[in-house]
Design a binder for this molecule. Structure first.
Ligand code: AMP
Ligand code: MG
Length: 489
C-alpha cells in the first residue's frame, strides 16, 4: 500500500512582487548544508491552512531552510530605508527573503519570510545569516507577545542549518520563518520618497491602503486617511507595550510597521523593576529607546512617515505640512487615551473619572520609589494579596489603597467584575529575561528544547493565572550587573 503523502498547503499570491521593481530584488535563499527542523508552530501553521505533518517531513523542512522553493513562491528581498538611532540610511532585507504571501482558508493574506537565508543585494558587509539563539529568542518573545494579545509578527518555524555563523564567537546557524500581516514599514515609505518617483510613492501608498485599510481607500484624501490610520494603530500598539512593560529596544523607522504589528525582536526585553529609564540594549547608550521614551519615539517615527507622504497629502507643500502636522498632533492624545483605558482596566476601573490620572501616577511614583516589580505589583493587586514587598509595607501604599478602594466603590460594577477585569488585564507571566535565557541556554548549549517548550506553553495564555504559571512569576536573583541585550546580527 502506498503511503498517502499530504500536501503542505502552500497557497501563494504575491502582490508585493507585482509592485514596481524599485521596491525589491528577486533573490532566492542560499541553500544550507543540513537543515533540521527545531520547532514548528502547529496552531499557527493550521491557521495558515498548512499541513503540519507535511511540514515536518524532510521536504517540508527544506522549505524553512531555503533549500526548496515551494510552488507559487517568488522569493525576493525588499528595499527600504530607515532612521537608525536618528540617522537616515538605505537598508533593505540584508538577511531576509520574502517567499511570498500565503492566502489562508479564510482569505487572509500573510507574508512568509525567511530570516537568515544568506546574502542579498542589501546585505552590505553582513553575511545574511542568523544564529540559533537570537532566532529562538524571537520565536519565544513574539509568541509571548501574541499570547499577551499584542499585535505582532509571528514565528512559524526555526531550523538549524548545520552551518556556523561567526560573530564574536562561532555560533550554530539557524533560520526563522516569520509570518506578518505585511513587512511594509515606515522605512519603505522613506525609501520610496527618497529613491523612487512620486508615482512609485503613490503606488506604494495605494498598495498599503488596499492591503491594510480598505475601509478608507475611497476617502477624499485617502493618503491623509492612510497617515491617520497608521497613527491610530501605532498609538494603540505602543500603549499595549507600555501596559506590559515591553521595551522594543530598537525603534528605528525601519522597524515600525504600517500594519501596527510589533516587528523585529532584536534587543527587546521586558522590564522587571518599574523604572521609566530602563534600557536593556547594549548599543542604546543614550537611552533613546528607554521604556519611558517609547511613546515619544513613536511620535517621532510617525512624523518621518508623514514627511515621506507629504507630496501625496497636498500639491502645495505648505498646505501638505499643515495637514501632516495636524494629523501627527493627534498621536499623543490617541496614545494617552489607549494607555489610560488600559491602565484603568489593570486597576479594575470601568468608567472614567478625572482623578484616575493622579491615582495611576501615584501608583507609578511609588513603584519607582520602592523599586517594585511592574508585573507582580499589578498581579498582587489583582488577587488582593499585597505580597511582602517594600512597597506594600509603606504608609503611602496604605493611603493609596484606600483611595483606590474608594474609587472602585464609586462605580456601579461589582467587586467581582472588577477582579475579573483585572485578571484579564494583568498577566501572570511575561517572558522574563532570566527565564528566556534559561530556555535558550538549554536549547543552544544542550540541545534540550523542553525548557523552551514549557515556557512557550505558560506564555501562550498569560491571563490563565494557572498553578503551572506560579513558578514563572518568581523574580530573578538580585544581580550586580544589569541585564543586557544585543542586536541579533
Ligand atoms: P535589524 O537590526 O535586524 O533591524 O537590521 C538592520 C539592517 O541590517 C537590516 O537592513 C538588516 O537586513 C541588516 N542586517 C542585520 N543583520 C545582518 C546580517 N547578518 N547580514 C546582512 N544584513 C544584516
Ligand atoms: Mg529591522
Amino acid at each position: 500500500m502506498t503511503k498517502e503523502i499530504k500536501e503542505p498547503g502552500w497557497n501563494f499570491d504575491n502582490s508585493y512582487a507585482r509592485l514596481p521593481k524599485v521596491f525589491f530584488t528577486a533573490q532566492n535563499p542560499h541553500p544550507v548544508r543540513s537543515p533540521e527542523l527545531i520547532i514548528l508552530n502547529d496552531p499557527l501553521a493550521a491557521s495558515l491552512g498548512l499541513n503540519v505533518e507535511a511540514l515536518r517531513s524532510e521536504e517540508g523542512a527544506a522549505v524553512f531552510a531555503g533549500n526548496r522553493i515551494p510552488e507559487g513562491a517568488e522569493p525576493l528581498a525588499q528595499a527600504y530605508a530607515g532612521h537608525q538611532f536618528g540617522h537616515f540610511t538605505m537598508l533593505g532585507d540584508g538577511r531576509a527573503v520574502l517567499l511570498g504571501e500565503q492566502i489562508t482558508p479564510s482569505g487572509e493574506r500573510f507574508d512568509i519570510q525567511l530570516k537568515g537565508p544568506g546574502r542579498t543585494p542589501y546585505s552590505r558587509g553582513g553575511d545574511g545569516r542568523a544564529a540559533l539563539g537570537p532566532m529562538l529568542r524571537e520565536y519565544i518573545i513574539s509568541e509571548g507577545m501574541h499570547g499577551l494579545g499584542i499585535p505582532t509578527t509571528r514565528s512559524l518555524a526555526v531550523v538549524t542549518t548545520g552551518e556556523s555563523v561567526i560573530r564574536e564567537t562561532v555560533l550554530p546557524g539557524a533560520i526563522l520563518t516569520r509570518v506578518a500581516a505585511s513587512h511594509l514599514r515606515v522605512g519603505t515609505f522613506q525609501y520610496a520618497a527618497n529613491w523612487g518617483t512620486i508615482e512609485d510613492l503613490r503606488t506604494l501608498a495605494d498598495y498599503a491602503l488596499k492591503r491594510h485599510f480598505p475601509d478608507v481607500e475611497g476617502d477624499e484624501n485617502r493618503y491623509l486617511s492612510l497617515l491617520k490610520e497608521v497613527i491610530k494603530r501605532q498609538a494603540a500598539l505602543i500603549a499595549k507595550w507600555q501596559l506590559v512593560g515591553f521595551i522594543h529596544g530598537v525603534m528605528n523607522t525601519d522597524n515600525m510597521t504600517i500594519s501596527g504589528e510589533t516587528i523585529d525582536y532584536g534587543p527587546c526585553a521586558f522590564m522587571d523593576t518599574y523604572d521609566p529609564a530602563t534600557v536593556f540594549s547594549s548599543i542604546d547608550t543614550q537611552g533613546r529607546y528607554a521604556y519611558g521614551n517609547q511613546p515619544i519615539i513613536g511620535g517621532w517615527n510617525l512624523a518621518r512617515f508623514a514627511e515621506a507622504l507629504l507630496p501625496l497629502l497636498h500639491e502645495d507643500q505648505d498646505k501638505a505640512i499643515e495637514i501632516a502636522e495636524d494629523a501627527i498632533s493627534d498621536f499623543t492624545t490617541l496614545f494617552q487615551s489607549n494607555y489610560l483605558a488600559g491602565m484603568r482596566a489593570k486597576l479594575g476601573i470601568f468608567n472614567e473619572e478625572t482623578q484616575d490620572v493622579s491615582l495611576i501616577k501615584d501608583l507609578h511614583d511609588m513603584m519607582q520609589k520602592y523599586r517594585a516589580d511592574y508585573t507582580n505589583t499589578f498581579r498582587a493587586l489583582t488577587f488582593d494579596k499585597p505580597e511582602d514587598t517594600v512597597l506594600f509595607g509603606t504608609p503611602e501604599f496604605t493611603k493609596w489603597n484606600e483611595e483606590w478602594q474608594a474609587r472602585l466603590s464609586r462605580q456601579e460594577q461589582s467587586k467581582d467584575s472588577s477582579s475579573e477585569l483585572m485578571r484579564n488585564s494583568n498577566p501572570a507571566v511575561i517572558p522574563r529575561n532570566h527565564r528566556v535565557e534559561e530556555a535558550l541556554e538549554a536549547a543552544v548549549e544542550q540541545g534540550d528544547y523542553s525548557v523552551m517548550e514549557r515556557l512557550l506553553s505558560v506564555l501562550s495564555n498569560p491571563y490563565a493565572h494557572s498553578p503551572e504559571q506560579e513558578e514563572y512569576t518568581a523574580l530573578p536573583e538580585p544581580s550586580s550587573c544589569p541585564y543586557r541585550t544585543y542586536c541579533g546580527t
